[in-house]
Structures are given as C-alpha cells and as structure tokens.
Design a binder for this molecule. Sequence first.
Ligand code: UDX
Length: 481
Amino acid sequence: MQPGAEALTPFAEPLSLGAHSCIAYRRGGKRLRISVIGCGYVGLVTGACLAEIGHHVVCTDNDESKITTLNAGRLPIYEPHLDKIVEQGRRAGRLSFTADVPGAIRSGDTIFICVGTPPTETGDADMSYIDRVARLIGAEARSPKLVIEKSTVPVQTGQQLKRALAVYGRNGGVTFQVASNPEFLREGSAVADFLHPDRIVVGVEDAETEKQLREIYQPLLERRFNCPVHAPSCPAGAAPPFVVTTINSAELIKHASNSFLALKISYANALADLCEKLDADVMEVTRAIGLDPRIGPQFLNGGLGFGGFCLPKDIQAFIRLAERAGMDFALLKEAERINKQRIAVLLEKARKALWVLKEKKVGVLGLAFKPNTDDIRFAPAIELIRQLTAENAQVVAYDPAAMPKAREVFPALRFAKDAYEAAQSADALLIVTEWPEFRALDWKRVHGAMARPLIVDGRNLLDPAAMRGLGFEYHSFGRPG
Ligand code: UDX
C-alpha cells in the first residue's frame, strides 16, 4: 500500500436521485476528492459523470469566463443530458467549479488531467498545456497525488509527466502516482458513453494504482449508478471490461482506436467512389460486409467523411508519432488523403449539375461535424462553405444547433431560420450533416420552394428513389443514378 494512502471504504449515502442510491467513497474516513483540470468536452463530462456516480469532484480551468458560465448554471458546450447531471451534482454538493487551479490541485487526492492537446502546424499534438499542468501540480501538491492523464496524448507522455512531477515536485515527502485512462467519448452521446463505456482502459505501474482506479470506476463496473440517459432503468447489458495495461500501451490504445475508426470510414468512402464507377450501391455493399461480425456495421457510412476535434487530429498525431519512431504509416496517410478529398467530390457533383457555381443560390443543410452537437471544429461544412464562397456562390446555411459557433467563423454568411428558408429560391441544396430533422422535412414543400429541385446529399441521408419520385434531381455518394 502506498505510504500515506488509506484504503477506500464505500459509505452508502441513499441520495433520492431516482432508483439507484449513490455510493460515496472515503479514504481513511475522509471522502475521496477528485479534481479535474480542464473544463472542455472531456473534462466537463468526466467531472460531471464522476460526481453522478458518487464522487466528490472539483472541476477547474484557467479560463475564468468558462468557470463563471458554469457557476452561473450554464454550460459552455451543447451535450445531451450534461446540463441535468451538472445541476444534480451541484445541488448535491458533489460537483463544483473553480478558477483556482492551484487550490484544486492541493485539495484533490486524485487529479484527472483533461486539458487540450490541439494539433500544431506539423500535425504533432501540442503538449504545452499538459506540460504546464504537470509543473503546476508538482509545485502546488502538498500531499500524495494520483495523477491521471485523460487527454488524448502520444505514447510516452506518462513518462514525461512522471519526470516533470519529480523535477517540479519539491514539497518534501509528496509522492506522485501516474496513470493513463484514455476516454472514448463521442460528442453528442458523451454522457451515455461515459456511463456505459465499451471498456475502461487504465495504464498503471503498480497494483495500488490499479486498485484506486478500479475503485473510482466501481459504480460503472457494477452498473450501480443513477443513469440520466436511460431513466428509470438502463437496458440490460454486461458490465464494461476493465482493461489493465501499461501506461505506454494505454496511451497507444486511444490513438490506435481513433485511427482505426478513421480508416474504416475512409475505406467506406473509397468503396463509395468505386461503386459510382461500377454502378453498385455502397449502402448495400457496406450493410452486407458489416453483417460479418469480424467487420461490424458501424462506421461504414460513406459520404463527406470524418471531421470533429478528434479523428482528424488523432490520425495526424499518430502518423507523426510513427514517423518519429521510424515508421511510415502509409495506411493512415492514405486514409487521411481519402478523407480530405470528400469535399472536392461533393463540390464536383454540385458543379457538374449546376454547370457554374458563381451566383447560384446554394442552401447548406448542416454545419456541425455530426448531429447532436454544436461543434464545428474541423467540420466538412466549414471548408465546403469556404470553397463555395470562393467561387462566388450565394450560400445560405442552416443548422439546428451550430449556427452561433458558425457565425463566429463566417460573420458575413447568410443563416436561415430553418431548412425551408435555406431552400427558398435555391438552385441547389447540399446536405452536409445528417440531422434527423432533415430526413423528416416536408420535401414536397422544399420542392415547391426551390428555384431548381436539385439535392446533393453528402450523407446519404435520403432515399434516392423517393426523392426522384418527388421530382428532385438527386445526387449522393456511391449510389446508382
Ligand atoms: C470520436 C470517437 O468516436 C470517440 O471514441 C473518441 O473518443 C473521440 O473521437 P467524435 O469525434 O465525437 O468521437 O465523433 P464520431 O461519432 O466518432 O464521428 C467522427 C466523424 O466521423 C464525424 O464527422 C462523423 O460524421 C464521421 N463518420 C462517422 C462518418 O463519416 N461515417 C461513419 O460511418 C461514422
């Protein structure tokens, strides 16, 4: 047992939050205190969900405006169910937000590092935020700490973290355990993904650290928590596997997972291009190959490709990481090249149908990189709109959630109040994000509103035969006609 570390004793606290009582964890009679550094997607969801399963959590960020927003009861991001569990955690006194990062470091027994690792010019992950936090933890810690990296980081970051903590940790007798605990949250379903993970991966160096992480996740491992997503009760299912490995392997698991997802999407997109040349239907092809459990049906949707703040930067960082290790990850480079091509493929379809883009009124349906989020980071729509406006098309855009963020990028762009207004007198409508509300549109009404009933469906959201039956010129990806 780590010197100074007391065994964690669960202490049942029957909180009236729905069917399940919450178990609060204590060390040496003192409640286990978790601090989360970084209140972005990963940090906020992690902090709020750890509080939801019974832990005492302080979330901190050096962006004071973010903390002010959170303490005012608002969220800086749009994520289903997150507002409810943040409110519940705050009301129960288990979740709080502070801009006092040093204070949060001193008060936490366990510290989750959830700061950003954005891409640098070279495509490498920018480690300066992690480095800054490591030095701060070293300088501020006054008691033993378990420091857990949750941000997506290149392999061997844990070793660097240990070294920084040792070098900057000069308060006598303070020891640090370091662990890796990558997250696999998807935006738009992050709360459900945290509470019902496919697996929990921990990279540790000793049994004690493994034990502490297992205790932190015990409610998930025993499926004993209050689930806001499936209230009043979760669908039956097995507990998530608890994968214990080394820190290096845990770090690599994250990059390898995301890169494989990207690879699968690009494979579907390469298939879509081939289907167009051979008059086959990519959706039928991918459905059939996906029935093979060795392949699986998910992440085989061809179209405009992957965007968002994870897959594009993680595949790049992984390629760079391999390069520095002396390996040419040509496979991933090709997946990235195929993905970058998707916008040009869509534009070529529009140009072929419209002949000239200049002065054409083009409605863009969808700005977010995927449905159920307001996130436009590395969203295909952004680059697409840039190219459309560069060719002097008159763009009118609509998105159910992401317009406020898109307005910051395109202050001069016309935004419609709904999809019908975006279609009004349009020469073409481009479907860029597969929001369910677009499938449910009154397409007869859209047909009547457009100057020319031309649809280019970048997400294969609609049924070609049905759309043509309504009198639309309809183009999509990898499907006949
Ligand atoms: C991803 C990983 O899924 C998640 O495990 C990790 O923790 C973070 O990165 P996220 O970025 O939220 O999550 O989005 P995801 O749902 O993976 O979609 C990524 C992109 O791929 C989106 O642009 C989506 O439109 C696209 N996509 C997804 C496809 O083009 N085709 C598909 O079949 C699936």
